[in-house]
Design a protein around this ligand. Structure first.
Ligand code: HEC
Ligand code: HEC
Length: 355
């Protein structure tokens, strides 16, 4: 009897709540987005500034959820076969396992798809840093002639006609009228939640769990921060200094990199220093995917740096003298890089394709 009364009361409350939210235009929607804070381990704040936010695009539960749906949405591409996630797979650290990603008509690009990890802290997006915000970046793949090959009016029309999307845009942004800026805002919100600080390296180095790394990985760590001087550029908590630099791959550049953006010959051969977080999952390596394995990458830094490469970065000074690592040291360094994988990030259900 008591139970039935409770159910009745509950029903009453629901009916009351619904009738209260009814508006004259006969829609039951209310725009009240829920502010969202990305959970970040507390030790991170000792080494890193708080996550930068975009004042014109604050994170909300509704915005992130919409952005996640859009990130996995094939309607964004011309023939509706490709989403952002086609080239940015969660299990591969949000990059592509192919050397060069295929666009919707099978055309192939000339750069390796990049990781989407901790990019809230990044001010340079793409290998050449040509975009400075995640919102601006997300505009590009949709209209790129060798990626999604679409136009924004077509995307907007499709989403607008969809039975579900207009309601989701209302919940996230207070309007049912969709435009490209709102689409990219939502995607950028989702991308800002893609934070990874939970590798075995983090547990050992920052959280003081001395058993989190084995002896070989500890030797590799010592090399990384010491003799091999890797953290000169792959630095701090993010394992990147978010700068554009030439790490001595070539003497002549088929891809000018940063130089193509600024037009300055002194920027030729400079590319974004990528994070090494989850690096074991993101092969192949470098902007042009020239290395298939981490062993090949280490061979480059140890033995093959082109010391006469124009604009060779000054942080390469120690490495350019010739590291000449032993086989054992090379394996140690590779073992260390494999400890940078964050299984929780790579399998986090909140980042998967929504049901
Ligand atoms: C056809 C494959 C493909 C698709 C589809 C694609 N990307 Fe990418 N993405 C790439 C490639 C390749 C690069 C590097 C391009 C360059 O540097 O010129 C990249 C770079 C990026 C970066 C820069 C990361 C960094 O560290 O600077 C972000 C962010 C990104 N993509 C997000 C997206 C989003 C959001 C979408 C969907 C709207 C998307 N991508 C669709 C292949 C793709
Ligand atoms: C001068 C700065 C600098 C130093 C020092 C440096 N790197 Fe790099 N690293 C870069 C840049 C820049 C790239 C991207 C270059 C490109 O694609 O053209 C890169 C790319 C990489 C990649 C491939 C990442 C990817 O996503 O494809 C790995 C792995 C790597 N470095 C490991 C190391 C190791 C190990 C060391 C120490 C032996 C080291 N780096 C030292 C600047 C540096």
């Amino acid at each position: 009897m008591k139970q039935r009364l409770f159910v009745l009361l509950l029903l009453g409350a629901v009916v009351f709540a619904c009738s209260k939210t009814e508006t004259p235009s006969n829609t039951s929607e209310v725009y009240s987005p829920t502010p969202y804070n990305v959970a970040i381990p507390s030790w991170v704040s000792t080494f890193l500034s708080p996550m930068p936010t975009n004042p014109s695009n604050p994170l909300t539960v509704e915005g992130i959820s919409l952005g996640r749906k859009l990130f996995y949405e094939p309607m964004l591409s011309d023939n509706q076969t490709q989403s952002c996630a086609s080239c940015h797979l969660q299990t591969a650290g949000f990059t592509d396992t192919a050397a060069f990603s295929k666009g919707t008509n099978g055309a192939i690009g000339d750069r390796n798809a990049m990781q989407i990890i901790n990019l809230a802290w990044s001010n340079y997006l793409f290998w050449d840093g040509r975009r400075t915000t995640l919102e601006a970046q997300a505009h590009d793949p949709v209209t790129n002639p060798i990626e999604m090959r679409n136009t924004w009016p077509v995307v907007v029309e499709r989403l607008q006609k969809d039975p579900i999307y207009p309601g989701l845009f209302f919940k996230a942004f207070g309007t049912r009228t969709i435009d490209s800026n709102l689409v990219t805002k939502a995607i950028a919100q989702f991308e800002r939640t893609l934070v990874s600080f939970n590798s075995r390296f983090d547990k050992y180095y920052f959280e003081g769990d001395t058993n989190a790394l084995n002896a070989q990985e500890k030797r590799g760590l010592a090399l990384f921060f010491g003799k091999a001087d890797c953290n000169h550029c792959h630095s701090d908590v993010l394992l990147t200094d978010d700068a554009l630099r030439n790490n001595g791959l070539d003497t002549r550049f088929t891809d000018r990199g940063r130089g193509k953006v600024t037009g300055l010959p002194t920027d030729d051969g400079k590319f974004k220093v990528p994070t090494l977080r989850n690096i074991a999952e993101t092969a192949p390596y470098m902007h042009d995917s020239r290395f298939k394995t981490l062993e090949e990458v280490v061979n480059h830094y140890s033995d093959d740096v082109k010391t006469n490469s124009p604009n060779l970065d000054e942080n390469m000074e120690i490495i350019a003298k010739g590291l000449r690592l032993s086989q054992q040291e090379k394996s140690d360094l590779v073992a260390f890089m494999k400890s940078l994988s964050d299984t929780e990030f790579l399998t986090n259900p909140n980042f998967k394709k929504p049901e």
